[in-house]
Design a protein around this ligand. Structure first.
Ligand code: PMP
Length: 454
């Protein structure tokens, strides 16, 4: 049955979508996706697209239509579909062991269903440790301007993007913002030690708040939705030093960067730091199942469960679907694919190629102010004028996305209220991409830029 008109009508009338889809219904044809294979998806009207953003939000890391992941999930569902995390299950245990093998220094994996939930769990861990070790004092959690940590009220409370926070306040207390580290928009003018300065700005906030009140800082290794912000030289070692100096837990949000996206298993592993807590979601099972993880050191695990007032406290943490068997079964097979197909190596090689091609594009298009990225995770920041760096209007980025789409290539942009500047194109193709795929993607952007600036 190839008639999807009823489904499209129901989608238009009854589904509560992200606003972008509702806007498309007002102005143009919406997209109802029905099938995917490798790097490509097809929609209900039979249109074929090359997907440069892995499912719209950097998720389908190993590509669409993976039979072996579907088989692993099916086999597990037939054997045992569900039992609560009050007991163990085999894929959960195998996956945790395999994951920990990629994360030296960390040893405990809490499984849940989304990036927001994984971050909420991390915040609860920090608050419980504040109570257990510091009589509740060290309860504040720092987050960074332009970083995003999820869609729930507390995840939004720790998100540094004003527009995403909308009118959803009042927010959860105890979250304090630190400045962003986008060198292209340096707060200190041109300086050789921007990374050090941006990190010291965190220390200023800690001193202002009082180090004995700050329990943790949550940071994306590379800020994703806030504009693909690669950290400046010298930033991470200083952040780590500051955390150690004031006994502050370092929580890295790997929801986007994790599981191969940047060419290493985790983004933080480029920067030689040792986090206390790592959260991940999206690429953990490449979208074949909903699964997320909060990974900690053994110390954090022990400090969390040693509540002097209530030693049973951590048994409260039951999530009905967290860690239920299909998720880890998919995640395990996802990791096997990345290893057996050498996808980390491919990501590094193809990511380098993509960045080179984008830099060449910058030489030909005045609209491009900055190009940045790591692995298959790149951003192209658009400006009206290179000297003033004034961002283009949101409509310009939108027009480029729409132009690419009408030519069969799906790219992303930090628009639709993702970012205060609304002006960065985002590329995050699946880790299986080839040079031909990347050429097609960059050519589409090249043509779109030419048309939009004509
Ligand atoms: N952290 C980061 C860095 C993210 O990009 C996202 C999702 N875009 C989240 C957390 C939230 O994940 P989820 O949508 O699965 O709740």
């Amino acid at each position: 049955n190839n008639d999807f008109s009823e489904a499209i009508e129901n989608d238009r009338t009854h589904v509560w979508h992200h606003l972008s889809q509702h806007k498309r219904y007002e102005t143009s044809d919406p997209m109802v996706v029905i099938e995917g294979k490798g790097m490509r998806v097809w929609d209900a009207r039979g249109r074929e697209f090359l997907d440069a953003v892995s499912g719209g939000v950097w998720t389908v890391n190993v590509g669409y239509g993976r039979e072996t992941i579907a088989d692993a999930v099916r086999e597990q569902l037939v054997r045992l579909n569900y039992f609560a995390n009050t007991a163990g299950n085999v894929p959960g245990a195998q996956f945790a062991g395999k994951l920990i093998g990629k994360m030296p220094g960390l040893s405990r994996v809490y499984l849940s269903n989304s990036g927001s939930e994984a971050n909420e769990k991390a915040y609860k861990i920090v608050r419980q440790i504040a109570h257990n070790k510091y009589g509740g004092k060290k309860h504040k959690i720092l987050y960074r301007e332009r970083d995003y940590h999820g869609t729930t009220i507390t995840a939004l409370s720790s998100t540094g993007q004003i527009q995403r926070k909308g009118q959803y306040g009042p927010f959860t207390p105890g979250f304090v913002e630190v400045p962003h580290c986008l060198e292209y928009r340096s707060q200190y003018g041109d300086c050789a030690d921007y990374g050090e300065k941006a990190a010291r700005a965190i220390e200023d906030v800690i001193l202002r708040e009082g180090p004995d009140t700050v329990g943790a800082i949550v940071l994306e290794p590379i800020t994703a939705g806030g504009g693909v912000i690669t950290p400046p030289e010298g930033y991470w070692p200083t952040v780590q030093e500051i955390c150690r100096k004031y006994d502050i837990l370092l929580h890295i949000d790997e929801v986007v960067c994790g599981v191969g996206r940047t060419g290493k298993w985790f983004g933080y592993q480029h920067y030689d730091i040792q986090p206390d807590i790592v959260t991940m979601a999206k690429g953990v099972a490449s979208g074949y199942a909903a699964i997320s993880c909060t990974v900690t050191t053994e110390d954090v695990f022990n400090e969390f469960k040693s509540d002097p007032a209530d030693p049973m406290s951590y048994f409260r943490d039951i999530s009905t679907f967290g860690g239920c068997a299909a998720g880890p079964a998919a995640a395990l097979e996802n990791m096997r694919i990345i290893e057996d197909e050498n996808l980390l190596e491919n990501t590094t090689a193809m990511g380098g190629y993509l960045l080179d091609r984008l830099h060449m594009l910058k030489e030909r298009h005045e609209l491009i102010g900055d190009v940045r990225g790591k692995g298959l995770f790149c951003g192209v920041e658009l400006v009206k004028d290179r000297a003033s760096k004034e961002p283009v209007d949101e409509s310009t980025a939108q027009a480029i996305v729409a132009d690419c789409m009408s030519n069969g290539v799906i790219i992303g942009a930090t628009n639709r209220s993702f970012d205060v500047y609304n002006n960065t194109l985002c590329l995050s193709p699946a880790l299986i991409c080839t040079k031909d795929d990347l050429d097609a993607i960059v050519d589409a952007i090249d043509n779109a830029l030419a048309r939009v600036s004509a």
